[in-house]
Ligand binder design. Structure first.
Ligand code: SAH
Length: 220
């Protein structure tokens, strides 16, 4: 983790505060914490806001979208209980930050976004970080990715009115999906869905605020 001023003391202090914010929001899984320590958030945020990369807040990225708050990234990642052999689908690549963290923990990550430009920029970050187990694609994630299903874990990083049916169907038995669900911008809950032999279990984790999951592809 390095900052523009390159002051090692200030960098260490920011990193400590970043990890402290994660822990104080309940991110305690050591594997998740070390993945988040390894992946520097700053390069995923272009422009002026990069200076605020280590603060626990969502920030604007291209195409009118946002990079999620680090503590929410941590809680969502932790809820998936990722195993080293897992195949994971992320819907909503955005900056690529969340996918990079998933790629540190899982065998293979597929990430899709409806904005081509975001997918291209995210691919550049994955290359720069030598992350070769991520496949990023422009596609409408409400349909999932049937050709690669089933997935051990699915993470949706945009808010749906209900967990999309194709995603439920593409979850492996024993698999876990996390998805923000809500009818409006203001009231959304992060839902954890576990697929059992006999059906699906739903658990409400915490209130969240995400951009909406929209059908079809974006303009750019
Ligand atoms: N996980 C991202 C943040 C995602 S913001 C990160 O780490 O930076 C939500 C993203 O979901 C946006 O980029 C938006 O374009 C995307 N999105 C919304 N609806 C979608 C859909 N149907 N399919 C794929 N991506 C979608």
């Amino acid at each position: 983790m390095t900052t523009r001023d390159g002051d090692p003391g200030a960098d260490a202090e920011r990193k400590m505060q970043f990890l402290f914010a994660l822990r104080s929001h309940g991110v305690t899984d050591p594997r998740v914490l070390s993945a988040m320590e390894e992946v520097d958030r700053a390069p995923f945020i272009r422009g002026l806001f990069a200076e605020r990369a280590y603060e626990d807040m969502p920030l604007p990225i291209a195409c009118g979208q946002t990079i999620s708050q680090p503590s929410v990234v941590g809680i969502m990642t932790q809820a998936l209980k990722i195993q080293p052999r897992d195949k994971v689908l992320e819907v909503g690549t955005g900056s690529g930050y969340q996918a990079a963290i998933l790629a540190k923990l899982a065998r293979r990550v597929y990430t899709v976004d409806r904005h081509r430009r975001l997918v291209h920029e995210a691919r550049e970050h994955f290359e720069a970080l030598d992350l070769h187990n991520i496949t990023a694609m422009t596609s409408d994630g409400t349909r999932g990715l049937p050709e690669q299903a089933p997935f051990d874990k699915i993470m949706v990083t945009a808010a749906a009115e209900d967990p999309p049916g194709p995603l439920l169907a593409q979850l492996a038995i024993g698999g876990i999906m996390v998805v923000p669900v809500g009818q409006s911008d203001a009231v959304q809950s992060l839902i954890k869905v576990t697929r059992r032999d006999t059906g699906y279990d739903y658990e409400e984790l915490l209130p969240v605020r995400f951009v909406p999951l929209l059908e079809g592809l974006g303009q750019e």
